[in-house]
Design a protein around this ligand. Structure first.
Ligand code: GLC
Length: 423
């Protein structure tokens, strides 16, 4: 399926890991899987999960101010705890926690009212389901998966009937999500514990796309995925096809009381610029507290990022990947008509900014968000090898605190010289 245009143009999404793990501030699901927290203690967070200040309208308004065009909420993480009133068992915050209500409907409505697309995260794996650890991956990428009692059947104890029941439960839950909330995007996870065949992904994709053929699916739907999902590790070269970098604003997916290691607004601007400069989207993760509020230091990062995006929106939305490395010292984007280049300068430009290998003549260069026109000239060049475009550095008053963007308007569509110069 061709990628939905909204996804390519969105550039920024917000990832929300919201669940019972926020109560004690332990790693989402992994806390009991890894044995760091006894299972009973982990599950006791259900009794203290209140969602007492859950205000999805405030979330959506904040995300819109951040410049995001979509969000993804953990409908059900690997711990199996559903944020909606599932008809499949009673392991939900609706049935089992003081929150006592659906936490997805309000979120989807609030996003849509802000014009944002709705994403739901759903983990293939469910470490709490009685039928889950009844199969074993034939070739796991990590042998430990076979020995973890929450993930895999013990040797000789596989139970195909139980596994079939698990798949029916999974299909029914995904069916609930798709039919009740009509998400624009489903963000799957946890695929590494079984093979594609074991997961029955053909059937799952069929079920989702029958309900809404435009649903975007991430790569953790394996063959059925529409886009790659590099996680935390910022790619150096662009993955093939559409992609999205998921990245935490601090060091954790979910809320953790002691994690104050937040990236600065400048660093977030860099990550966004580098990602969109290589044609990807940034899915920036925040972790709401158990009451549903987004910690102030995370909200402040989103506001700061949003200020930069608002000032430079033409360099962000509706653009495509910019120049390959070697032409400009920094990322760049290109307008969809390929006639304007946006050069991102993270440092304060001194004297001049150079652009190499540009074949298309330049009409005008200006500082985006300020309008100041900058002098420019081409120096050198011989035959088919273009000279260097020297752009006068912007005046100090026009230098942005995070990243100054120079709009280079071309006299035609971008054409580059990619060679090694004359012999
Ligand atoms: C990993 C983790 C998970 C997190 C996800 C986000 O797959 O298992 O905790 O939700 O990354 O990309």
């Amino acid at each position: 399926m061709p990628m939905q245009p909204w996804f390519r143009d969105a550039k920024l999404g917000i990832f929300l890991h919201y669940g019972i793990y926020a109560v004690d501030g332990v790693p989402e699901s992994w806390a009991f899987y890894d044995g760091d927290v006894p299972h009973e203690r982990y599950m006791s967070q259900l009794d203290r999960f209140t969602a007492s200040d859950y205000d999805p309208r405030a979330w959506a308004a904040l995300f819109a101010r951040a410049g995001a065009r979509y969000a993804v909420l953990t409908a059900r993480h690997h711990d199996g705890v559903a944020l909606w009133d599932t008809g499949q068992g009673d392991l939900s915050v609706v049935a089992r926690s003081p929150a006592g209500r659906d936490l997805i409907a309000g979120y989807t409505e609030a996003l849509r009212d802000q014009g944002l697309k709705v994403g739901l995260y759903y983990s293939h794996s469910d470490w709490n389901h009685p039928d889950y650890a009844t199969a074993v991956h034939p070739e796991p990428h990590d042998e430990e998966i076979r020995t973890n009692r929450y993930a895999s059947a013990r040797p000789g104890e596989e139970d195909p009937a139980a596994w079939a029941r698990f798949l029916a439960y999974r299909d029914a839950q995904v069916g609930e999500l798709v039919n009740r909330y009509r998400p624009d995007l489903l963000w799957f996870d946890g695929e590494w514990e079984r093979s594609e065949e074991q997961w029955g992904l053909d059937a799952l994709a069929g079920l989702i796309l029958a309900a809404n053929p435009d649903t975007v699916l991430n790569a953790r739907m394996l063959r059925h995925g529409d886009y790659a999902t590099p996680e935390q590790g910022v790619p150096v070269v662009a993955p093939d096809g559409p992609w999205e970098l998921c990245l935490t604003v601090n060091d954790s997916w979910g809320f953790r009381h002691h994690d104050h290691h937040h990236k600065s607004v400048r660093q977030l601007v860099r990550h966004l610029a580098e990602t969109i400069g290589m044609g990807g989207n940034l899915l920036l993760a925040v972790g709401p507290r158990e009451d549903g509020t987004i910690p102030a230091e995370q909200a402040a990062r989103l506001e700061g990022l949003g200020e930069w995006v608002a000032k430079h929106s033409t360099a962000v939305y509706g653009t495509v990947a910019g120049l390959p490395a070697g032409h400009h010292y920094g990322p760049s984007t290109l307008s969809s008509d390929r006639r304007t280049l946006y050069l991102m300068c993270f440092d304060t430009p001194r004297e001049t900014v150079s652009l190499r290998g540009l074949r298309t003549p330049v009409r005008r260069v200006s500082v985006l968000g300020r309008g100041t026109a900058l002098g420019h000239r081409v120096v050198g060049g011989l035959g088919e090898v273009p000279g260097v475009l020297w752009i006068d550095a912007p005046p100090a008053a026009d230098v942005d605190d995070c990243a100054t963007v120079l709009a280079v308007e071309l006299d035609g569509e971008l054409e580059l010289y990619r060679g090694a110069g004359r012999d």
